[in-house]
Design a protein around this ligand. Structure first.
Ligand code: GDP
Ligand code: IMO
Ligand code: MG
Length: 430
C-alpha cells in the first residue's frame, strides 16, 4: 500500500493540480494539508478547465477529498467552489468532502489586514495573493484563531469573535486608517456558512487512520512550493505555512511512518509570482517567449508569472528538504522550439561559487546564476506518451536533471491534459 505526498519544488504553480488529478486514480483519499485559497490548481479534463483553490484536486476522479487541519479555509470560497463543481456535474456532499474540525477559518478582517499591510509596505510588499492567508496563520500561532469546530457552535463562535474583533477593529482603525467591521454582520454571514458546512466537519485524523488500516491509499496534495515555505523559502518572500513534505503529517494528522513516497513536481523551467529573489530569472525575449508559450499567468490572481531557466540549486534543495523519492517534470513541451536551453547549476556570489541554496535574503539577492547549456529541439512533443519517442535533446535534458538531483524522473508532462503525459514509473506502483 502506498501513501504519497506531492509537493512543489520551486515557487508554486509547477503543475501539481494536473499531476494530483492524474495520480488520484490510484488513490482512495486525497488530502490538502496546508495553505488556503492562495493556491490555484488547474485540472484539464476532456479539454475543460477547472481551477481548484481549496477542494483537493482528486475531486474530479470521484475520490474522498479532505481539507486538513493545517489549512486556513475561507468558507465562502469553499461554498462557491462546491457550487462550481455541482454546475459541472460533480456532486459534493459530506461523504466525499470532509473538513477537519481543527482547520482555521479565514475571517473578513484577515483579508482586509492582508491587503492593508501590503499597501502600507509599498515597494517592500511581498506580493501576497490578498486572500488573508498570512493574518489567518498569525492568529493560529497567537491562539486567537477560530477553528471549524468553533464556527459550527454558534455560542462559542460569537463569544470568541467578540473578543477578537475588538482587537482587529482597533488595528484596522488606528494602524491602517481603514473602516472597522460590524460584529452583527459577520455573525449573520458566518452563521450561514456554518449551517452549510457543518455536516462536512469531522475528525479527519481518525478517518484517515481507519482508511489506511483497511488498505486504502492516500495522496497528500501540497500547495505552493518548497521555496515559498515559511522556514525554508526565500523569507520574507514566502507564504505563511510549511509547504515541505514534513508538514503533510502534522497538517493531516497522520504519523510519518505512514508515508511511503514523496514526489516533487518541477516545471521544466522556473516561474514565480509575487516579489522576491529569483537568480535564473530572464528579462529578455526568451523569457517572454516562455511566458507566452507556457501561458504563465497566475491561476489565483491572474498576475503575469516571472519566468527563467531551470534552477538546479533550488531543485537539489527541494530534494533534500522533502526527501524526494521521485520527480515529475512538467511543461517540457513549452521549451520546444528554443535553439538552446540553459540549466543553472550553481550560483556565483561575490567571487565565490555557491552550491547550496543560501538562507538569507541579502546573499540570495547577490547570487548570479552559473549555467550549463544544452541544444534545444524543434519538434512538438505534446502528443508523445513514451520516453523513447522524445527527441534526443529532450531526453538529454531529463537525464541531466536525474543526474544532478540523483533522483528518478517518474513522470513527464507534455501538455495540460491527462493524456499528455509520459508515465515512466507510477509512484503508486512502487
Ligand atoms: P499548480 O498550482 O502547481 O497546480 O499549477 P497551476 O495550475 O497554477 O499552473 C500550471 C499551469 O500549467 C496550468 O495552467 C496547467 O493546466 C498547465 N500545465 C500543467 N502541465 C502542463 C504541461 O505539461 N504542459 C503545458 N503546456 N501546460 C501544463
Ligand atoms: P499554488 O498552490 C504561486 C505566493 C504569492 C506571494 C507569496 C505570499 O497554486 O502553487 P500569500 O497570499 O500566500 O501570503 O502570498 O506566495 N503564492 C503562490 N505563488 N503559487 C501558489 O500556490 C502560491 N500561493 C502563494 O504570490 O508571492
Ligand atoms: Mg497554482
Amino acid at each position: 500500500m502506498s501513501n504519497i505526498v506531492i509537493v512543489g519544488t520551486q515557487w508554486g504553480d509547477e503543475g501539481k493540480g494536473k499531476i494530483v488529478d492524474l495520480l488520484s486514480k490510484n488513490a482512495d483519499i486525497v488530502v490538502r494539508f496546508q495553505g488556503g485559497n492562495n493556491a490555484g490548481h488547474t485540472l484539464v479534463v476532456d479539454g475543460k478547465q477547472f481551477i481548484s483553490h481549496l477542494v483537493p484536486s482528486g475531486i474530479l476522479q470521484g475520490k474522498i477529498c479532505i481539507l486538513g487541519n493545517g489549512m486556513v479555509v475561507d468558507p465562502k470560497v469553499l461554498i462557491d467552489e462546491i457550487k462550481a463543481l455541482s454546475n459541472i456535474g460533480i456532486k459534493v456532499g459530506p461523504d466525499n468532502l470532509k473538513i477537519s474540525e481543527k482547520a482555521h477559518i479565514i475571517m473578513p478582517y484577515h483579508k482586509l489586514i492582508d491587503l492593508e499591510r501590503e499597501k502600507k509596505k509599498g515597494d517592500n510588499k511581498i506580493g501576497t495573493t490578498g486572500r488573508g492567508i498570512g493574518p489567518a496563520y498569525e492568529d493560529k500561532a497567537a491562539r486567537t484563531g477560530i477553528r471549524f469546530s468553533e464556527l459550527i457552535d454558534s455560542e462559542v463562535f460569537i463569544e470568541k469573535l467578540k473578543i477578537v474583533l475588538d482587537e482587529k477593529n482597533f488595528d484596522l482603525e488606528h494602524r491602517f486608517s481603514a473602516p472597522s467591521l460590524n460584529l452583527e454582520e459577520i455573525i449573520d454571514e458566518y452563521s450561514i456558512y456554518a449551517k452549510r458546512l457543518a455536516s462536512h466537519v469531522t475528525n479527519i485524523s481518525v478517518i484517515i487512520d481507519k482508511e489506511i488500516k483497511s488498505g486504502k491509499q492516500v495522496l497528500l496534495e501540497g500547495a505552493q512550493g518548497t521555496h515559498l515555505d515559511i522556514d525554508h523559502g526565500t523569507y520574507p518572500f514566502v507564504t505563511s505555512s510549511n509547504t515541505v513534505a514534513g508538514n503533510a503529517c502534522s497538517g493531516a494528522g497522520i504519523g510519518p511512518k505512514k508515508i511511503t513516497g514523496v514526489v516533487g513536481i518541477v516545471k521544466a523551467y522556473t516561474t514565480r509570482v509575487g516579489e522576491g529573489p529569483f537568480a535564473s530569472e530572464l528579462f529578455d525575449e526568451t523569457g517572454d517567449r516562455i511566458q507566452k508559450k507556457g501561458a504563465e499567468f497566475g491561476a489565483t490572481t491572474g498576475r503575469m508569472r516571472r519566468c527563467g531557466w531551470l534552477d538546479m540549486v533550488i531543485l537539489k534543495n527541494a530534494v533534500r528538504l522533502n526527501s524526494l523519492t521521485g520527480l515529475v517534470v512538467t511543461k517540457l513541451d513549452v521549451l520546444g522550439g528554443l535553439p538552446s536551453l540553459k540549466i543553472c547549476t550553481s550560483y556565483e556570489c561575490e567571487g565565490k561559487i555557491i552550491n547550496d541554496f543560501p538562507s538569507d535574503i541579502k546573499t540570495l539577492t547577490l547570487c548570479k546564476p552559473v549555467y550549463e547549456s544544452f541544444p534545444g529541439w524543434e519538434e512538438d512533443i505534446s502528443g508523445i506518451t513514451q520516453f523513447a519517442e522524445l527527441p534526443e535533446n529532450a531526453k538529454k535534458y531529463i537525464k541531466r536533471i536525474e543526474e544532478i538531483t540523483e533522483t528518478p524522473v517518474q513522470i513527464i508532462s507534455v501538455g495540460p491534459g491527462r493524456n499528455e503525459t509520459i508515465m515512466i514509473n507510477n509512484p503508486f506502483n512502487e
